[in-house]
Design a protein around this ligand. Structure first.
Ligand code: AMP
Ligand code: MG
Length: 308
């Protein structure tokens, strides 16, 4: 696989590859994405194949700015403009009525499309130079841990890509918050890099809660997801020398001390789980983070990582 540091030449190569229908791995502020031209059904199929992603799981379409929204979305409510104004570029995805130029394979057959503007400068440049919207799900095999650095990109994924651009560690480290604006009431479909409180501050009132994780909550929502190979067990406190993620001082090299701030924790979670998973452990114990709402996205990922 070809890994290149971010540079104008690497961006140009990536953009050329995307225009030809090839795949590239690019950094975003959430996680590294396996990118393709979102309007090219054959390229999109390659992404589903490489990831082993079920065809019923729609992809997020990445655009370079709000002014490109009209290229992929048929219409949007005023709230979309307010949320975009506040959070784009950034880890907020809006689900809106799909424009027919977006192939059905991209949206898993739905009449809605999920869209966001990433804030990572490399992702933005690649989209701008390619001149097409980019679908870019996480560069990992379906259900696994998402990569938050170039070195954590699964080699099986990287080999399907013409190029992996190394843009450093992902600042957010968790996937975007997905907000559905296609129905009567806005709903958070997936917690992520933007908190519920931040969104509610713009909406002006509380938003509905997610269905319980045991229930399939909608397109592309699965009880088990974002999981390492080891079994993840959530505990109040790690027992003695058990391996895992702790808020205390680590006692062994198989314990990782996690930040007590939810953003910093989120930015380190996948990497920490990956480091322990690489040691071939059968179980990873994770100390339960605080129940404060700002930890919602972290709790969501831990719940899914620990689901059977
Ligand atoms: P990711 O799994 O990070 O690639 O993000 C894609 C997720 O966004 C999917 O798994 C869905 O949960 C959600 N999503 C994407 N498109 C739609 C859509 N049209 N309607 C509802 N949810 C969507
Ligand atoms: Mg993913």
């Amino acid at each position: 696989m070809r890994i290149e540091p971010a540079s104008p030449a690497a961006v140009r190569d990536a953009a050329e590859a995307l225009k030809k229908g090839d795949l590239v791995v690019i950094p975003t502020e959430t996680v590294y994405g396996l990118a393709c031209n979102a309007l090219d059904p054959k390229a999109v199929q390659k992404v589903f194949d490489a990831k082993g992603r079920p065809s019923e799981n729609p992809l997020i379409v990445h655009i370079a700015g709000f002014e490109q929204l009209e290229d992929v979305a048929e219409s949007w409510p005023h709230l979309a403009e307010q949320l975009a104004e506040r959070f784009w570029p950034g880890p907020l995805t809006l689900v809106l009525p799909r424009k027919s130029i977006v192939p059905k394979i991209t949206t898993a057959g739905l009449d809605t499309v999920a869209v966001r503007v990433p804030s990572h400068p490399v992702a933005l440049s690649v989209i701008t130079v390619a001149g097409v919207p980019i679908a870019a799900p996480s560069a990992n095999i379906f259900m696994g841990l998402s990569p938050t650095s170039a070195e954590d990109v699964d080699p099986a994924i990287a080999e399907r890509a013409v190029l992996v651009i190394d843009g450093g560690r992902c600042e957010v480290g968790l996937e975007s918050t997905v907000v559905d604006l296609s129905g009567e009431h806005p709903r958070i479909l997936r917690p992520g890099g933007v908190t519920r409180a931040q969104i509610q501050a713009v909406v002006g009132r509380p938003l509905g809660h997610l269905p319980p994780p045991s229930v399939k909550g909608g397109p592309g929502m699965y009880p088990r997801h974002y999981a390492p190979n080891a079994k993840v067990v959530i505990v109040e406190r790690i027992n003695g020398e058990d391996p895992g993620l702790t808020f205390q001082e680590p006692r062994t090299s198989e314990q990782i001390k996690m930040p007590d701030d939810p953003r910093a924790y989120g930015a380190n979670l996948y990497r920490a789980l990956k480091r322990l998973d690489q040691q071939g452990l059968t179980a990873i114990y994770v100390e339960n983070p605080p129940s404060h709402p700002d930890w919602e996205a972290v709790h969501d990922r831990l719940k899914k990582a620990s689901a059977d």
